[in-house]
Design a protein around this ligand. Sequence first.
Ligand SMILES: [Zn+2]
Ligand SMILES: [Zn+2]
Length: 239
Amino acid sequence: MQNFLLDIIFPQHCCCICREPGRFNTRRPWCQHCRENMEKLRHIAPLCDKCGKYIDEYDSLCADCRNEEPLFHIARAVGPYDESYRIAIKVLKFLGRRFLAVQMGQMMAETVLDEPRFWPIDMVIPVPASRGHFEQRGFNQTELLAVQISKKIKVKTVADILQRVKETPAQRELSKPEREKNLLYAFAVTDPRRIRGKNILLVDDVYTTGSTSKECTKTLLEAGAARVSVITWATGCGF
Ligand SMILES: [Zn+2]
Ligand SMILES: [Zn+2]
């Protein structure tokens, strides 16, 4: 949908993060204070060179990546899964404020454009939503973000190629080993010919243990993709 239509349908009279009253729109969904705070939060700590999680001191890799190197080429996020970043994803996902995906996707695209190791990219693939989430909310926030990223980086989104083949309980409630087991063989590629030899940008909302990104990466590589990189809105702390 066009941005101006979204602004007519969803007029915003307060900052979606701190509720400060004012005039907001799809291009400016949060106030100046929240924007500055988000910029500051981005640089709170160094990043794991591989998965992009925030780490305590410059160690180059987080404990998880040192333990077992992920199959993806690189993963990065816009900011830490905390404060404003956490609120923004919740407002998009659970309150269904889809217009937020415009600005969030834009910021994710900028992160991709700023990191040369993401390139080249042949296609953008969103992590598919669970059927439960989709039926409950009627949209997949990851796909909304992917479409916005596509517009900005000028690489097409292909949303029908990676599918969930196993319904899994919500990851939030589970420990890390449980998450990995939960997701084992949860995804499949519908038509491997379309991704053979391709460099894929996988889009997810949050990277915490990385279980979802890792399982999707494995599925895509096994189906013949050349390389998978991951962009998320927010990421956890690896310390
Ligand atoms: Zn605000
Ligand atoms: Zn790492």
